[in-house]
Design a protein around this ligand. Structure first.
Ligand SMILES: Cc1cc2nc3c(=O)[nH]c(=O)nc-3n(C[C@H](O)[C@H](O)[C@H](O)COP(=O)(O)OP(=O)(O)OC[C@H]3O[C@@H](n4cnc5c(N)ncnc54)[C@H](O)[C@@H]3O)c2cc1C
Length: 390
């Protein structure tokens, strides 16, 4: 291999939605990019696979709302570039007891951000959303702009796009060593191939923690394997995206969610952040207790679905200590940026994460305020600095 062939402007480690989005943005800036992925695009072992992800704006923190708005425009442009749909607008219903604090917080946030919403209850709710059973003492906040992203399709399409845009995108390539030098980074694969670049984006999902330790970064990531199951329709009421909204149900401390049917038969349902703590390479096994809880949720909330799932799947959450993202430069090597800790809600923001990481690499002001995502919030692995009140 000639010297030029293994030299890049940027090496991106990890080809999930975050890594491939970063490669997409960097290639768009004219950078010579190498994208390295241990498996294949949208493989089943990480976090970015499956038919669907919720796209929603209803966040408590303003920065996520801004990021969602920016990301939505990007997904629209990508769909235009490809000439095919990559998402379906379906709206979202946040369900909770009428006096629950969460409804008030969401309502305030949506109002402040100028996003449309309705508060619904009783007959008005059940006429509109016959797929869902809402207790008489509960209410829903419906936000109509939410969508379902076609996750597998998006990740594979982005891989096709980055290759078209000149990125060297390698699958079945496991990075075994990352060696940051003063002005470059050397990367070696487990089969002995090696490359060098001016900068590096570390986007290794559930495997990032190992690199944080090796690179001396003070953040701890807790990996959970989350269960999701697909429940088939039991009657004539349509549960397709467009007819049925996304749902987040705050009646329990750990919210349940469901996503309307997209490509895989059945409505997807799960319970947020209730998966077992694992090592990302541990073998999969079905958590029967968790599955029973999800079935019970479907039984009480979705009267027109069978309670026996057609499929049960798993997916990794990479949780940071405060469930906010980590998007920052290495404290000692400013040409290395870390993208991790997406804590079960990162997919929708993919391209904006790429923009933020590119801005960090080139010492530019990122498109949104990234202070929430700084490494400086950790004092030691697993510990956060107490919040200072300005
Ligand atoms: C059940 C579930 C539901 C979710 N629902 C939503 C939702 O509705 N909306 C939303 O926005 N988000 C959602 N998320 C979160 C979202 O899917 C993740 O935040 C996002 O996919 C994380 O992407 P990633 O690129 O960081 O990780 P990954 O997709 O895991 O990508 C990391 C990649 O790095 C590769 N890699 C690791 N180590 C190496 C190495 N040494 N060499 C080469 N490659 C390596 C891995 O193979 C992997 O492909 C959900 C997640 C789960 C699990």
């Amino acid at each position: 291999m000639s010297r030029r062939e293994n030299q890049y402007d940027v090496i991106v480690v990890g080809g999930g939605v975050v890594g491939v989005s970063s490669a997409y943005v960097l290639a768009g800036r004219g950078k010579r990019v190498l994208l390295l992925e241990r498996y294949a695009p949208a493989h089943q072992h990480g976090s970015s696979h499956g038919d669907s992800r919720m796209f929603r704006f209803d966040y408590e923190e303003n920065v996520y709302v801004e990021m969602a708005s920016r990301a939505f425009r990007f997904w629209e442009d990508l769909a235009k570039r490809l000439g095919r749909p990559l998402f379906r607008q379906t709206g979202i219903c946040n369900l909770a007891p009428a006096d629950a604090e969460v409804l008030g917080i969401l309502e305030t946030r949506l109002r402040e951000c100028g996003l449309p919403y309705e508060r619904l209850a009783g007959v008005a709710f059940s006429r509109r959303f016959p797929q869902l059973n809402l207790p008489r003492t509960s209410e829903a906040i419906h936000q109509p702009d939410s969508a379902v992203l076609f996750a597998d399709v998006l990740v594979r399409s982005m891989w096709d796009c980055v290759r078209e845009d000149g990125v060297d995108a390698l699958t079945e390539t496991e990075v075994a060593a990352i060696d940051p030098r003063e002005d470059r980074v050397e990367v070696t694969a487990s089969d002995g191939r090696s490359w060098s670049a001016a900068s590096l984006v570390l986007a290794a999902g559930g495997w990032t923690g190992r690199w944080l330790d090796a690179l001396g970064i003070k953040a701890k990531l807790v990996i959970t394997r989350e269960l999701l199951a697909y429940f088939p329709q039991a009657g004539p009421v349509s549960h397709e995206a467009g007819a049925m909204p996304n749902v987040i149900d705050y009646h329990t401390a750990d919210p349940f969610y469901c996503v309307p049917q997209v490509q895989v038969p059945g409505v997807k349902a799960g319970c947020h952040r209730t998966g077992r703590i694992v090592d990302a390479d541990d073998p999969e096994d079905v958590d029967r207790v968790n599955l029973a809880a999800v079935q019970a949720f479907v039984g009480r909330r979705c009267p027109h679905l069978f309670r026996n799932p057609v499929t049960v799947k798993h997916c990794l959450y990479t949780n940071s200590a405060d469930y906010h993202f980590i998007l920052d430069r290495h404290p000692d090597y400013s040409h290395v940026v870390v993208a991790a800790g997406f804590s079960g809600h990162g997919f929708k923001f993919g391209p904006v994460l790429g923009e933020i990481l590119a801005a960090k690499l080139y010492d530019e002001t990122p498109p949104v305020d990234t202070s929430l995502f700084a490494l400086a919030r950790f004092t030691r692995p697993g510990e956060l600095k107490p919040r200072t009140i300005a």
